[in-house]
Design a binder for this molecule. Structure first.
Ligand code: NIG
Ligand code: FE
Length: 427
């Protein structure tokens, strides 16, 4: 266990800050470059605004000097498969030699190969390997993260993954939302018996794991190489019966009409959506479902079919951006790099990409009341960037220009080695 108590409290008066556009939606600054201040009390934001408007009562508090840093809310990585055994660099080589994701999966690689490695790993081994990856993401300013199961595909192994996800949240003082993705792939022992496996997911695995408090949401991989629309709906019904929100890996490789179904179940988000239809967009808009864009998977698979960004924008569907960290299609460990890719590959504007890893990502996890913005009453999660302007968040890639991260009311500084790995942050 790491001891987050060893990191200093963020309580006090933060000065020498410049609020990034949209970072604190309730604050009106006369001059966008005005020096700003944030007051943190008991790990929560007590006040935020222009330094010149600071109420006198706070002026004598112990001060943290931001040194002129640009400030954003803590980043939210709303779609990851962070806990797994092994790696799949061999498949990367196969794809470079011409094999498609579907061909690799059919040849016994793909998700099922990670299932083998995950089943062989102990809970502690999974914790250690995921902890190293989590620290890389945290070093990028991530303050809340979603972690899916889906590499166990049997009750005990799915439980093991979800327990690790919960332990990571406690050990690193980071908000973790768990998602049960039992319907990720057909486990080999159920080959040819998809209906039986979905029955197991709905009637045994999901109710048991939900009863243990391990499930915050339920996801399905709805695709030709995974589960059908009818099977997806069965899982959604099981989730609904337990009062759990749903999300969907939708229209990644083909249009399965999954997004419209998910939206009808009030889905928090539909993710990937390269092949999303106009009907899917309309249903998502109606339901308030977030479109989660995953440029890391698009890039790794050398996909060329762009998600319908312009149509989503026109319809006013909120767009989030995430790493989709997983060993097969997106071995990405930098959410900032995804911000860059969302702009370069998907043509998001910089403000859209930043909203995509803050307020809209928070909404994709049902965390819109506590994360994704800097506002009075919220837990203190914000990032101090050594940057002159917000556009630089999308412009640079391959570095972590962070002065400090305030996460759950504690202060973290980048480690001197600066590689974001290992401890990544020092008190
Ligand atoms: O989000 N699309 C399905 N699931 C993952 C890939 C998982 C894997 O290949 O291991 C994704 O891209
Ligand atoms: Fe995924």
């Amino acid at each position: 266990m790491k001891n987050t108590q060893a990191f200093p409290s963020a309580d006090g008066l933060w000065t020498g800050l410049r609020l990034a556009p949209g970072a604190a939606p309730d604050v009106q600054l006369d001059d966008a470059n005005a020096s700003a201040a944030i007051v943190v009390e008991q790990g929560h934001i007590r006040w935020v605004g222009a330094r010149a408007a600071l109420p006198a009562a706070y002026a004598a508090l112990p001060t943290h000097d931001g040194g002129g840093a640009l400030v954003t809310p803590g980043l939210v990585d709303c779609h990851t498969h962070l806990v797994y055994g092994g790696r799949r660099a061999n498949e990367f080589a196969m794809r470079l030699a011409g094999a498609s994701y579907e061909e690799v999966a059919k040849a016994g690689g793909g998700i099922v190969s990670t299932v083998r490695a995950t089943r062989e790993a102990s809970e502690d081994e999974l914790f250690e390997s995921a902890a190293a990856r989590l620290q890389a993401l945290l070093a990028d300013g991530v303050c809340a993260i979603e972690i899916k199961s889906g590499y166990g595909l049997a009750l005990g192994h799915e439980r093991k993954q979800l327990r690790v996800a919960r332990r990571l949240g406690e050990a690193f003082g980071v908000t973790v939302k768990t998602t049960f993705l039992g319907a990720h792939a057909l486990p080999p022992e159920y080959a040819g018996r998809s209906a039986d496996y979905i029955d197991l997911v709905c009637k045994e695995m999901l109710p048991a794991l939900a009863a243990e408090g391990l499930v915050d949401a339920v996801d399905v991989f709805c695709e030709r190489i995974a589960f059908s629309l009818a099977e997806t709906e069965q899982v959604f019904q099981a989730a609904k019966a337990l009062g759990l929100p749903v999300k969907l890996h939708a229209e990644q490789l083909s249009d399965m009409d999954g997004a419209a179904l998910a939206a009808r179940y009030g889905a928090l988000s539909c993710d990937h959506i390269e092949h999303l239809s106009a009907k899917g967009i309309a249903e998502m808009k109606k339901a308030g479902t977030v479109a989660v864009l995953l440029p890391g998977a698009y890039y790794t698979l050398r996909d060329t079919h762009l998600p319908p960004i312009e149509a989503l924008r026109e319809a006013g569907v909120p767009m989030a951006v995430s790493t989709d960290h997983n060993p097969g299609t997106s071995p990405a460990l930098s959410l900032l790099l995804m911000v860059n890719m969302a702009c370069t590959l998907f043509r998001l504007t910089v403000p859209e990409a930043i909203a995509g890893v803050t307020q809209h990502a928070a909404r994709a996890l049902g965390l819109q009341d506590t994360h994704g913005r800097i506002a009075v009453g919220l837990p203190a999660n914000f990032v101090l960037w050594k940057l002159s302007e917000a556009a630089e968040l999308a412009y640079w890639f391959g570095q972590r220009p962070i002065h400090a991260v305030v996460r759950q009311g504690r202060v973290y500084f980048p480690s001197p080695s600066g590689n974001g790995q290992g401890e990544g942050m020092r008190p």
